[in-house]
Structure formats: structure tokens, C-alpha cells
Design a protein. Structure first.
Length: 397
């Protein structure tokens, strides 16, 4: 596994690390499954696409609600207990809807559920990736640990929707809902099985803090990655009922992992991001020009592109931060990736595609694609003209 001059430590892959990495996958799968489930529930309840867009967007906003309290909570209470409580909350929020069989739900209720899910998933991920994963390994292993754990979570971006679509198609929506709850509970059990020693809280712990939440000096990376993940979210939102798309998206992620090991192992530093953005743009152009003739090519390219970009930006965040801020850099990366995907999915259900169709004389779907292509071009120009040079001037290691 290539991490650009980061040593591979076999000792990293012990039982505790495996448990936490799998917990990350299962929890992320549960949350992405819930996105598909909530959209389908709202459609069956007769709610409009604007309501669905608000629910999806509320999840993205919820991700930041508890972030400023993260440092205080892991100092004031046992850090693994904070993570366990947040995971349990992720599993619990959908239970009332499931038990009622999806009957009697309202727009406000579903928006509230998604807001709360985002808040507790954000807290769980910040504690899990910025603290617990780091606690299971020695200092020289931590970059490799963050890199590997991120890949476990990245595969869930495709596995979650794929599982939800297959279960909804071959069984029913209730089954998909229960599976998402059980996956979150399985993540709960895996974290519970990992022992963490008690640590004495630091003196003068502040209630509000950016520690373990957001890295201000990484703002340029954050903005650039956010634009890319919005494009990914738009493409995912437009294919939210397609198991075929998410299956090949997962294969694309796998290709990205292989390419990092064998193709980009000694490549120039900016090559992964530039290649990824060019591939992402090519995938969107194929959809615009030859949509019917590329059922597998497009999701493969999207997975390959975003996998390469995500991995490189993760390592940029790590190398930008001081050693004591490694966990904060992980949370910043998570927020940029997850918020972008959430907002991108919300855009596909908003009025924007229809406004584009009216202005440009195209279909709403083509409006989504043209917007995604424009954002990809912006991300490429921003990275080449500013972000990469800015990173080289500000990195700490």
C-alpha cells in the first residue's frame, strides 16, 4: 500500500485495528443505507423532491453540529464511550419510523432524523478516526493507520447504497431499514470489544474547541476536496436506485487502490489529483455524449477518480498538520468528503436541475451533468493554479 514515503508496518494489522477498521466500514454502510431508505420512504409518503433535498442537505449540516464539543467530550469522558454513544444514536434515530412501518411520517420529522443522524455520525467518526484508530498504534504507524482506515470507510460509500438498493428490490424497504440498524449495532459491538485505557483529562479543557474538529490552516484543501465530493454526490444522487452503478463504483475504488500501489508509487506528487480530476471529467463527458453505451465505464471511472483524489488529499491533510493535530486533520478531511457528498445528493433533488433545463434547453439530468462538469473544471483549475503550490508552501512534514 503506497502512502508516498510512509513505511508499511505489518504490526499495525492487529485484532484491535481490524475491529476498528471494520466498525468504520459497517457504520458508514449503515448511514449510506439510511440515505437510500429515507429517500424511498419520503417518496412513498408522497413528499416532493424539494423535501427530499432538504432532508439530504440537513444531514450534511448535522455533521458539524457536535464537532466543536468533540475535544471536550473525549477529555471529560472515556473516548470509546463517547464513540459508542454516538453509534447507538445513529442506530436509534430510524427505529421509530421502522416500527411504524413508514406510516404517518412528516417532512419535519424526516429532516430532523437526517439532521440528528448527521450530528451523531459526525461525532462517531471524529472520535473513531481522529482518536481511537490512532490510539491502537504506535507513532510511526499512524499515517498508515489513517490511510487504511479511510479506505475501509471509502468502500462503504458504494457498499451502503448497493446493499440498500438490492434489499429494497429483492425484499422490501423494511428489511433494508432493519439491516442498516443492525450494521450500526455490529459496529457498536466491534468498538466495544477493543480495550482502551483510561486517560487523565488535560487541565483547563474548553467546552468549545476546533481540536479534533476542524483544521483552519487546511482551508484550501478543504474547499478543493469539497468541490470534488459535491460532484461525486451529484452523480450518486442521480443514480440512487441503480445497483449497477454502485457495484461498478466499488470496483472503481478497488482499481484506485491498485493504481496507487503499482501506477503512482513513484509518480510526481500532483499526478494522482490531476489524473483523478481528468478521469472524473471524462466520465461526465461520456454520460453527456454516450450515456447508453457506457453502463460500466462511467461508474468505474468515477470510483477510480474519486478514490485517487480522496487518498491523496487525506495524506495532504496529514502532512499539512503538526503531529499533535493529526486527529484534527482527519476530521477536516472527513467533513469535506462527507458534507460534499451530502450536498451533492441534495442538489440532484433540488430545483437547480430543472432551472438549468429551463435556461439551457436540456433535460434536468443533463443539467446535473453540466453542473458537475463545470465544478470538476473549477476543481482542476483551482488545484493546478493554487492549491498544490499552497500545500507545498504550508506543509509541516
Amino acid at each position: 500500500m503506497d502512502t508516498q514515503n510512509t513505511l508499511v508496518h505489518i504490526r499495525l494489522w492487529n485484532k484491535d485495528f481490524w475491529f476498528l477498521a471494520l466498525a468504520n466500514t459497517l457504520l458508514s454502510m449503515a448511514v449510506y443505507m439510511q440515505a437510500v431508505v429515507v429517500v424511498e420512504m419520503m417518496r412513498r409518503a408522497g413528499m416532493g423532491e424539494q423535501d427530499i433535498a432538504k432532508a439530504l442537505g440537513a444531514y450534511g449540516l448535522g455533521l458539524v453540529l457536535l464537532g466543536c464539543f468533540c475535544s471536550y467530550m473525549v477529555q471529560r469522558y472515556r473516548r470509546n464511550h463517547v464513540c459508542l454513544l454516538a453509534i447507538a444514536a445513529v442506530a436509534a434515530w430510524l427505529l421509530p419510523v421502522i416500527l411504524q412501518g413508514g406510516q404517518g411520517i412528516t417532512r419535519q420529522w424526516m429532516i430532523g432524523i437526517r439532521l440528528a443522524t448527521g450530528a451523531f455520525f459526525g461525532l462517531a467518526q471524529m472520535v473513531l478516526t481522529s482518536t481511537l484508530v490512532i490510539d491502537t498504534c504506535e507513532a510511526p504507524q499512524r499515517t498508515e493507520a489513517n490511510y487504511a482506515a479511510a479506505w475501509f470507510g471509502r468502500f462503504a460509500v458504494s457498499l451502503g447504497p448497493l446493499t440498500a438498493v438490492l434489499l429494497t428490490t429483492h425484499f422490501n424497504l423494511t428489511t433494508a431499514s432493519w439491516v442498516s440498524v443492525w450494521l450500526a449495532l455490529a459496529a457498536f459491538v466491534l468498538v466495544l470489544l477493543v480495550p482502551f485505557p483510561f486517560r487523565t483529562p488535560e487541565d483547563n479543557v474548553r467546552l468549545f474547541s476546533l481540536d479534533r474538529f476542524f483544521l483552519p490552516q487546511g482551508w484550501a484543501l478543504f474547499v478543493n476536496l469539497l468541490i470534488v465530493s459535491v460532484v461525486l454526490g451529484m452523480l450518486m444522487g442521480s443514480e440512487l436506485t441503480s445497483s449497477h452503478f454502485f457495484a461498478f463504483l466499488m470496483l472503481g475504488f478497488l482499481l484506485a487502490l491498485i493504481a496507487e500501489k503499482y501506477v503512482f508509487v513513484n509518480a510526481e506528487l500532483k499526478s494522482e489529483t490531476v489524473s483523478g480530476l481528468l478521469l472524473l471529467g471524462a466520465a461526465i463527458l461520456i454520460l453527456l455524449l454516450h450515456r447508453q453505451s457506457s453502463p460500466a465505464t462511467v461508474p468505474l471511472l468515477v470510483g477510480l477518480a474519486t478514490g485517487l483524489i480522496g487518498s491523496r488529499f487525506l495524506l495532504f491533510f496529514i502532512k499539512l498538520s503538526r503531529h499533535s493535530k493529526r486527529g484534527t486533520s482527519q476530521s477536516s478531511f472527513f467533513l469535506a468528503w462527507e458534507m460534499g457528498v451530502a450536498f451533492g445528493m441534495a442538489v440532484t433533488f433540488s430545483d437547480w436541475p430543472r432551472q438549468m433545463a429551463t435556461c439551457c434547453g436540456c433535460s434536468p439530468y443533463e443539467g446535473i451533468l453540466w453542473t458537475a462538469l463545470a465544478l470538476t473544471v473549477v476543481a482542476l483549475l483551482l488545484y493546478v493554479s493554487f492549491t498544490h503550490r499552497w500545500y507545498l508552501n504550508h506543509k509541516n512534514r
